[in-house]
Each structure stands twice: as structure tokens, then as C-alpha cells.
Design a protein around this ligand. Structure first.
Ligand code: GRF
Length: 219
């Protein structure tokens, strides 16, 4: 079995990164984590990665004269690590169109909403304000526009009357940790193809076995 080399980009606590690292510990998982890179030296996730024995790197944007120069250095560092796929996991930095295009369909992001609803920040507060009954998270290939791109996988969670942005975030985060490794495995196994900006997954379950997801307000 081929294990694809994956780099993970983080800026913060790195819980999604840790979920990917944990999944990749299984020798049967189709990807190995070759590098965890942060744009912030103080990202707590870096220490978590080091403890897991993963190679880490920091690229401090302040050292680079422009966004373009930063992204060129990032590209070089990813290539030096032999990365074939790149996972964004709470990487709080806009990437240039050139970088996004260079990694087209090999650059993956996780976002804490059911895209295209609630792109950007504060997704859980926005979901509560909108009164949606189901919220969730999305793993998608990255395109130039922020939080857009072909959707690989989504997970839905109920929104409860008692929810605060924090309790909702916790419920969504658990779903994120569940689907990010599953989505990366699909891509690493070569089971995803982007057709007309939609992800087609081979060997999907037959439609007859698929159940609707219903918000949990009925008995
Ligand atoms: C997650 O909610 C992810 O969906 C978003 O940023 C957050 C990162 O959290 N893109 P963590 O660093 O993975 O814990």
C-alpha cells in the first residue's frame, strides 16, 4: 500500500492535526504525516506534533517581504518534506492564488460549518443567530476564495436550544476530528475526482441504504 506524504499547516492548538496524526499511526492508513508547519512559533500544536515524533517547522511571516515570497518559501519547504498533499488545520493565513493553484486538488481544508453556509470566522455564533437546527463541518479542496472549493465530506450535528457558541463548537469539533481523517484517507487512496468543481467519490454506498439526517426535535 502506498502511504501518501502529507504536510499539515496549523496556527493554533492543532486538535485536528492531532486527529490526523493519530489516524496515520495505523500502518493501514493511506497517508503518513511528513511535516507539521506553523506560521506562529507559539502555536501549541507544534509541541503536540513534536511529542508525537513528527517533524515540525515554523515560517514566520515577519521574515518575508511579501505574501508572495512567504508562499514561495512555504511551497519550497513542503516540497523539501516530500509532501504530496497538504492539509490546512486551523491555518489562519490567506494563501496566494499562485500557491492555491500550484496545489490544486492536493490542498485540503476543514471548516467548522456546513459550507457554503457560514464561511469565515465565528461560524457557531452565526449558526445560532440564524436558528439553524443542524450545523456541522466541511472538508473541502481549497480554492482562491476563502472557505470555498469542492466538498469532500461533511458531518452534521444537532443544534440544541441550550447551546452557546462554545457548546456548539465542542460538538462540531468532535465531528471534525471524525471526518478529517476519513476525508484525507479518501483523497490519499485516490478515490476522489473533481468533476465540474464537485467531488465524485468512487464506490459510494447505494442510494437505497442512505437515511435522511433529521434534526432531533421530534419524538
Ligand atoms: C477548527 O475548528 C477548524 O475547523 C478551523 O479552525 C479550528 C482549528 O482548531 N479551521 P484546531 O487547531 O484543529 O484545534
Amino acid at each position: 500500500m502506498i502511504r501518501r506524504r502529507v504536510a499539515i499547516l496549523i496556527s493554533g492548538r492543532g486538535s485536528n492535526m492531532a486527529a490526523l496524526v493519530a489516524a496515520a499511526r495505523d500502518p493501514g492508513y493511506p497517508a503518513e504525516i511528513a511535516l507539521v508547519l506553523s506560521n506562529r512559533a507559539d502555536a501549541p500544536g507544534l509541541e503536540r506534533a513534536e511529542q508525537a515524533g513528527i517533524e515540525t517547522a515554523v515560517l514566520d511571516p515577519k521574515v518575508f517581504s511579501s505574501r508572495n515570497v512567504f508562499d514561495k518559501a512555504l511551497d519550497a519547504r513542503l516540497k523539501a518534506a516530500g509532501a504530496e498533499l497538504v492539509c490546512l488545520a486551523g491555518f489562519m493565513r490567506l494563501l496566494t492564488p499562485e500557491f492555491v493553484e500550484a496545489w490544486r486538488d492536493r490542498l485540503i481544508n476543514i471548516h467548522p460549518s456546513l459550507l457554503p453556509l457560514f464561511p469565515g470566522l465565528n461560524t457557531h455564533a452565526s449558526a445560532l443567530a440564524a436558528g439553524v437546527k443542524i450545523h456541522g463541518c466541511t472538508v473541502h479542496f481549497v480554492r482562491e476564495e476563502v472557505d470555498s472549493g469542492p466538498i469532500i465530506a461533511q458531518a452534521a450535528v444537532p443544534v440544541l436550544l441550550s447551546d452557546t457558541p462554545e457548546t456548539l463548537a465542542d460538538r462540531v469539533l468532535a465531528a471534525e476530528h471524525h471526518i478529517y481523517p476519513l476525508a484525507l484517507a479518501l483523497v490519499a487512496r485516490g478515490r476522489t475526482v473533481v468533476v465540474d468543481e464537485r467531488v465524485v467519490i468512487d464506490d459510494a454506498p447505494p442510494e437505497a441504504t442512505v437515511q435522511p439526517l433529521i434534526s432531533p426535535h421530534f419524538r
